[in-house]
Ligand binder design. Structure first.
Ligand code: MV4
Length: 451
């Protein structure tokens, strides 16, 4: 097992990883920016080192500072959490060059999924369904030929993009050329790679993702799916597992496809295959996230598998603790992201000091957070200040427990998304389970509010 683990992250996920390390008896090193000196991960880690000023480019993305801290403190592994360094193949290479184990997939696996056109090709070779689409487009004529075959609307995507970044929907031929040029220019500007490909555009699909775990011996299992359709501008707000839209047969097929995808790239650690489900029940691979995700907790609640613990164990060379047959999903879990944002004002971030704090509790209630009374939320990072996760034997039990827990959750001094989530879990369309990625827009329209 590792001698000591450096956590190259902040906020609730740094706390989550430190807790997993403590349970495994592994000492931890926290790194933090000048804005995070009073953050909870700094207090919970065995040791903590300031690695730079507030802007993440100079701290949480500062590779020399992170590597130097790991070397000087005797860390033999780095856990990247999500965001920041978690999907940087160049960082994985640098860790390896310094004799430090990156807790996650190899740089090679990461690169194969980081390039979305390559990932599509790998999926086709491995019998995983993808939307009708193209490889990298060389000319606008190639894009036009595809659009004529598939029919409008189509979507142009930057191959180096992902998570909704670098995409353009094209609804008619006269918009095609200008959109393709703009998409390529933006791809070059934001990702340093102008490559763009096209897909048939699915209107308001459901966003379904499958959690997988792999080890260094070629074993891969899946832990079922999560439904992440409730999002606004590609920011997820509420996630649940299992998906109300997936039956047992589809779960097995989607799970098997995700396992094939992971095996095709010798995937190690925790990963997620994202699929879109269209209105007639057909589903298609979109992309793979090669990291632990914010919403991993809903899967933990229904599978009783500690995903972060498994990440650490398999990175240290142990075999997966579970075979596919050991995985029995039970009940339903819902996660609400608690953000320091004003839902009545376009979800504008509202950093500031938490004047009073009281988290809910009880059977089936979990809070993953770095918040406490007196904590000052810095304005430099994302606005998520906690996650409330509720389990129930049925979806309705989980939903009702969530409503009560939200009512119990006290956070004073700043605006949060707690009241918004109370309304969502009492919304008739949410209760019905029949919704898609258009839910939030529709919810605002139905309630006569500004989107
Ligand atoms: C799509 C799509 C429809 N058709 N691809 C968004 C996240 C990224 N992983 C892929 N995404 C999408 N890809 C095809 N062929 C719809 C989405 C999508 C979306 C697009 C626009 C606005 C909101 C969205 C929410 C979820 C998914």
């Amino acid at each position: 097992m590792f001698k000591k683990v450096l956590i190259a992250n902040r906020g609730e996920i740094a706390v989550r990883v430190i807790r997993a390390c403590r349970e495994l008896g592994i000492p931890t090193v926290a790194v933090y920016s000048q804005a995070d000196a009073k953050s909870l991960h700094v207090r919970l880690a065995t040791d903590a080192y300031c690695i730079g000023p507030a802007p993440s480019g100079e701290s949480y993305l500062n590779i020399p500072a992170i590597i130097t801290t790991a070397m000087m403190t005797g860390c033999d592994a780095i856990h990247p959490g999500y965001g920041f360094m978690s999907e940087r193949a160049d960082f994985v290479d640098i860790c390896t060059q310094h004799g430090i184990k990156f807790i996650g997939p190899s740089a090679e696996s990461m690169r194969k999924m980081g390039d979305k056109a390559t990932a599509r090709r790998t999926m086709i070779e491995n019998n995983v369904p993808v939307t009708p689409g193209t490889g990298i487009l060389n000319t606008v004529e190639e894009a036009r030929a595809f659009a004529q075959k598939a029919g409008y609307p189509i979507i142009l995507k930057a191959t180096a993009g992902g998570g909704g970044k670098g995409m353009r929907i094209v609804r008619s031929d006269d918009e095609l050329e200008s959109n393709m040029i703009l998409c390529q220019q933006e791809a070059q500007k934001f990702f340093g790679n102008p490559g763009v490909y096209a897909e048939k555009f699915l209107e308001n699909p459901r966003h379904i993702e499958v959690q997988i775990l792999g080890d260094a011996y070629g074993n891969v299992i899946h832990l079922g799916e999560r439904d992440c359709s409730i999002q606004r501008r590609h920011q997820k707000l509420l996630e649940e597992a299992p998906s109300p839209a997936i039956d047992e047969k589809t779960r097995q097929e989607m799970g098997a496809a995700a396992v094939r995808a992971a095996k095709a790239i010798n995937y190690e650690g925790a990963g997620t295959c994202e699929f879109l489900l269209d209105h007639d029940g057909k589903w298609y691979f979109m992309e793979m996230n090669t990291r632990v995700q914010v919403e991993h907790c809903v899967t933990e609640m229904i599978s009783q598998v500690d995903i972060v613990r498994e990440q650490i164990l398999v990175a240290s060379g142990e075999k997966l603790s579970y075979a596919q047959n050991d995985i029995k999903l039970r009940g339903h879990a819902i996660e609400c992201r608690i953000n320091a944002e004003d839902p009545d004002n376009g979800f504008m971030p509202c950093p500031g000091t938490i004047e009073a704090y009281l988290a809910p509790g009880g059977f089936g209630v979990r809070v993953d957070s770095h918040s406490y009374a007196g904590y000052k939320i810095p304005p430099y990072y994302d606005s998520m200040i906690g996650k409330l996760i509720c389990w129930g034997e049925t979806r309705n039990e989980a939903r009702r427990r969530m409503y009560q827990a939200l009512k119990e959750y006290v956070i004073l001094g700043i605006k949060t998304t707690i009241p918004f989530h109370q309304d969502i879990v009492e919304d008739e369309v949410f209760i019905s389970g029949k919704f898609n990625t258009g839910f939030i827009e529709d919810y605002y329209k139905r309630n006569g509010k500004e989107f």
